[in-house]
Design a protein around this ligand. Structure first.
Ligand code: TYM
Length: 334
């Protein structure tokens, strides 16, 4: 049976990249009828320092974003990762399955730490191992994420295969399918077409936050970096024009159109015409989401009820799996 699973870190504000690369796709997958497990990755968040008071608020904010983008808690299981103990337990066992050489190849760790590796937390290093536990605990079949998670999803498959092989448990963990090829798998910064739109970019002008109001969204798109040329007729015409390509991709993903169809509509027009159309579309798509997030966060009772119920439903699946793993590994069970 199909089982969709994904998570979002509880650190910093959500942006348009998270919305198009993840949230919007989760909702579309839910609407195909497949069961979805979506969690707030708070264990992952603390791999870098998080103020404890803010962590709780950020956890509720991600939950609010799930609900506001259309995930239905009656059909989808929405929960905080740390509320299901099995994630931490399986992560430890997987720390003993994964090889140092595999983790040494993880580009996200290298990008995040740069030259100062010795000052990073050990958790930041084994971060992808915890991610593998998140996925395999639920024997997920499909994992929708942005393109930046591709390497972590490949590592998950390697860990599953090595576990099955080392413990002579063929097929115990199914190899999950990474779904990293959505309509906007890598939304780029509005200031630099070579950099990913990211929570950690120091410039707020580089991203559209899910909580930005309409005026802010319009101003950020107006100031977005572009080039002086008109929009081309074909996708090939966007090659070498990273900023233009990014804005066309964002338009297409927001409007549920192909990029070809967007170009057919705007070919020959300059950014003076395209940007206002994109800004209108972005405001129309995001305003209802951010209004609903604000409503939900004004009184966290509903969010907390969803998270508590989700944690119980998630644990009901995850706990028996980790129990089976402990048996396979040979831990004493009385
Ligand atoms: P995180 O919190 O960094 O990002 C959440 C989701 O948003 C996607 N994303 C983007 N997509 C397109 N363009 C962008 N510029 C962009 N920036 C972010 C991410 O790919 C992700 O889908 N390690 C994960 C969280 C996680 C997880 C998991 C995901 C923990 N356990 C298990 C899947 C399965 C992360 O840090 O995502």
């Amino acid at each position: 049976p199909r089982r969709i699973l994904s998570g979002i870190q509880a650190s910093g504000a959500l942006h348009l990249g998270n919305y198009l690369g993840a949230l919007k796709r989760f909702t579309q997958l839910q609407d195909t009828g497949a069961p979805c497990f979506l969690f707030v990755a708070d264990l992952h968040a603390i791999t870098v320092w998080q103020d404890p008071a803010l962590l709780t608020a950020q956890t509720r904010e991600i939950a609010a974003a799930y609900l506001a983008s259309g995930l239905d808690p009656a059909r989808s299981v929405i929960f905080p990762q740390s509320a299901v103990r099995a994630h931490s337990e399986l992560a430890w066992i997987f720390n003993c399955v994964a090889r140092l050489g595999w983790l040494d190849r993880m580009t996200q760790f290298k990008e995040k730490t740069g030259k100062h590796k010795e000052r990073a937390s050990v958790g930041l290093y084994t971060y992808p191992v915890l991610q593998a536990a998140d996925i395999l605990l639920y024997k997920a079949t499909e994992v929708p994420t942005g393109e930046d998670q591709k390497q972590h999803l490949e590592l998950t498959r390697d860990i599953a295969a090595k576990f099955n092989n080392d413990f002579n448990a063929p097929g115990f963990f199914p190899l999950p399918e990474p779904l990293t090829q959505g309509p906007a798998p890598r939304v780029m910064s509005l200031r630099d077409g070579a950099a990913k739109m990211s929570k950690s970019d120091p410039s707020d002008q580089s991203r559209i936050n899910l909580t930005d109001d309409a005026d802010t969204i319009v101003a950020k798109i107006r100031k977005a970096r572009t080039d002086p040329d008109a929009l081309p007729e074909t996708l090939e015409g966007l090659e070498g024009r990273a900023e233009a390509k990014n804005l066309v991709t964002i338009y297409a993903a927001l409007a549920d159109m192909s990029r070809e169809a967007v170009l057919a509509q705007f070919a020959g027009q300059g950014f003076g015409a395209f940007k206002p159309a994109l800004a209108d579309l972005a405001v129309a798509s995001m305003a209802p989401v951010s209004a609903e997030m604000r409503r939900l966060m004004a009184d966290p009772t509903e969010i907390d009820r969803v998270l508590k119920d989700g944690a119980a439903r998630a644990a009901a699946i995850a706990d028996p799996v980790v129990d089976e793993v402990k048996k396979i590994v040979g831990f004493w069970r009385g």
